[in-house]
Design a protein around this ligand. Structure first.
Ligand code: FES
Length: 315
């Protein structure tokens, strides 16, 4: 990681070196004439470093509750990720509820892969969770959230940062975060398995039906789908690197797809939280049913159309 003083600040206009020390004086802010001899206008990139830069950790003139959002994010992430870890790695006994005609699989265990060589004490979630987990931990939104919530880096706008402030993701280990743009290729196929689980969850006693568990599994997969299709990397993949849609093959459909993904992308933060919440909720519900704590009620059943016996409660 480059040293504090040698950091280069950049914008679309170019790159300048940060001043050796302190804030820029007015004279330093004057732009050199552009190459044609015309004086440039605007502020050089990096000229305004803002409050918080070079101040003590947490020092600020802000009087609002700037700490509230990072604190809530830290709490939310600790609770939900803590639960996800317990469910995936330690709670391998009750991830599947197949009694009473139901077929509810915890989303942490989908696609369900349990080869014969896998020791019984190893959770099958370990085999597949690395991909959705990697996708989530390298997500651009989650990076922002957990950098702030757990590392206070940056702490908040105009609030003093740690001694070694965030300097980008250009060196190890943070450069590994760039793998996110490749993990999107794996995240999309995983959705097919999750939607297959939704179909199974809406089939009770061999007939189409809706139980509370069906809705829990549906909410999990639906929110995960919105989260995946609002991904910044996907948006870039579809149209972000194009300057001209009408100049490339399939430009029309790409523009349409890019527009839709852009609408979703604007809500990516909300989808990130909702999907994490609903995945945990679906796992919890399946677990409670499997342990016999909850009797899963059937809300709607088409069993009479298919001539199969109907059970209101299972198992
Ligand atoms: Fe969040 Fe890609 S940026 S999933």
């Amino acid at each position: 990681m480059p040293s504090h003083d040698s950091r280069a600040f950049s914008s679309g206009a170019g790159t300048v070196d940060a001043p050796a020390s302190g804030r820029l004086r007015n004279a330093d802010r004057a732009l050199p004439p552009a190459s044609g001899g015309t004086p440039a206008t605007g502020t050089p990139p990096g000229a305004h470093q803002g409050r918080g830069h070079r101040e003590k950790l947490g020092e600020t003139d802000r009087t609002d509750r700037w700490w509230l959002v990072p604190a809530l994010q830290a709490l939310g992430l600790a609770v939900l990720i803590g639960y996800a870890n317990v469910a995936a790695f330690l709670g391998a006994d009750h991830y599947h509820f197949v009694e009473g005609g139901r077929h509810y699989l915890s989303p942490f265990y989908s696609p369900y892969i349990k080869p014969s060589w896998l020791p019984s004490w190893v959770s099958p979630a370990l085999l597949i969770l690395i991909f959705p987990l990697g996708f989530r931990t390298t997500c651009y939104y989650y990076r922002k959230a957990y950098y702030r919530a757990f590392f206070a880096d940056p702490t908040a706008c105009a609030v003093g940062e740690p001694k070694r402030p965030y300097a980008g993701e250009a060196s190890f280990p943070f450069i590994l975060q760039n793998i996110h743009r490749y993990l999107i290729y794996l995240a999309i196929p995983l959705l097919f398995f999750l939607w297959w689980d939704v179909i199974l969850a809406f089939t009770i006693n061999g007939a189409p039906a809706i139980g509370v568990g069906s809705l829990a599994i549906f909410a999990s997969t639906f929110s995960l789908t919105l989260y995946t299709f609002s991904c910044h990397s996907l948006r870039h993949l579809i149209g972000g690197r194009l300057d001209c849609f009408s100049c490339v093959a399939g430009g029309g459909p790409r523009l349409k797809a890019w527009s839709w993904v852009s609408v979703l992308n604007g809500r990516h933060m909300a989808f990130a939280w909702w999907s994490l919440f609903f995945v945990c909720l679906a796992d919890f519900y399946v677990r409670m049913c499997s342990m016999g704590v909850i009797q899963d009620p059937i809300l709607v059943s088409f069993a009479n159309l298919f001539n199969v016996p109907e059970k209101v409660f299972g198992p």
